[in-house]
Design a protein around this ligand. Structure first.
Ligand code: SIN
Length: 287
């Protein structure tokens, strides 16, 4: 049976039915899936039954994996996988990272080499909440007013990893090591990346700022940059650019961090458990 590709929303996203990544996938199917990833920016491959090793093998077909920064929440035998969860172990300690992605962002934009794509595998979904929001940064760029495009073209944005450097975000009270982690991260140098980047495969331009990581614009004072950033953060999540993914158990979702921002929306409470395994494909220098 050939795989089926069905669009999920007018803004972006497609579901893929009929693939099984616990077994070797033909080059023909892989090529179709890769093309869907470029065409729809997010793909949700339904009904996958994957061991951690299967997920790593699937992820590696797209490129080298990025190392995970949160060593505390990785799988001990498979450090390529970060566990996201609100579940707790019998001793009360967390099973996974509880507050991942609680503000709009694109993964690793605070690193010198930001990631290409993120893959999230849903092992368990809560009965309520847990959706992930995605916003299309090609579309956000395309309709920006001409004077805003002119201001951003050729300008780099300042990306900071510690939430303590960013007045627009707050550390989650649900994460036990938040204070320690964000304090430690104050020592990590900020990254500078183009505020609008060109996708290396599609050639399309995408807005490349986000509320979670972008704290300034190169060559502008804070007073000058603030109204611009406030405008962009509002603009980039306009409803026509956004798709909210309602997870099915065993969804394997992959999104393109070069042209999509995303956010975990929360809305679930233990003992209603959410459990995800996350891998990240390394990217290259944005231009
Ligand atoms: C993330 O930002 O990588 C996590 C998104 C989610 O858990 O919904």
């Amino acid at each position: 049976m050939p795989i089926q590709i069905n669009p999920l929303s007018p803004s972006m996203g497609a579901e893929i039915i009929g693939a099984d990544f616990s077994k070797p996938v033909s080059d023909e199917d892989f090529t179709a899936i890769l093309q869907a990833f470029y065409d729809y920016q997010i793909i949700a491959i339904r009904d996958q039954h994957l061991s951690p090793a299967d997920q790593i093998a699937f992820s590696r077909r797209f490129g080298a994996l990025e190392d995970q920064l949160n060593a505390r929440y990785i799988l001990p035998e498979q450090p390529e996988i970060l566990v996201l969860s609100n579940d707790v172990k019998p001793d009360g300690s967390p099973v996974g990272l509880i507050d991942a992605g609680d503000f709009w962002h694109t993964d690793s934009s605070h690193r010198p080499l930001p990631s290409m794509a993120t893959i999230l595998y849903s092992l368990k979904n809560p009965n309520e909440g847990g959706d992930t929001g995605f916003a299309n940064m090609y579309a956000a760029w395309e309709v920006l007013p001409a004077d805003m495009k002119q201001l951003l073209e050729g300008r780099r944005a300042v990306q900071a990893v510690s939430k303590f450097k960013n007045k627009r975000v707050a550390a989650s009270e649900r994460r036990p090591d938040a204070q320690e982690k964000y304090t430690e991260q104050l020592a990590i140098p900020d990254a500078l990346h183009p505020a609008v980047r060109t996708h290396p495969v599609t050639g399309r331009k995408a807005l490349y700022v986000s509320q979670r990581f972008t704290i300034g614009l190169e060559g502008m004072t804070e007073e000058e940059a603030d109204p611009v950033l406030d405008f962009l953060f509002e603009h980039q999540t306009r409803p026509e650019f956004v798709y909210y993914h309602r997870w099915h158990d065993n969804d394997l979702v992959m999104w393109d961090n070069r042209c999509v921002i995303h956010r975990a929306t929360g809305g679930y409470t233990y003992p209603d458990v959410r459990l995800m395994h996350r891998t990240v494909i390394a990217g290259d220098t944005p231009f």
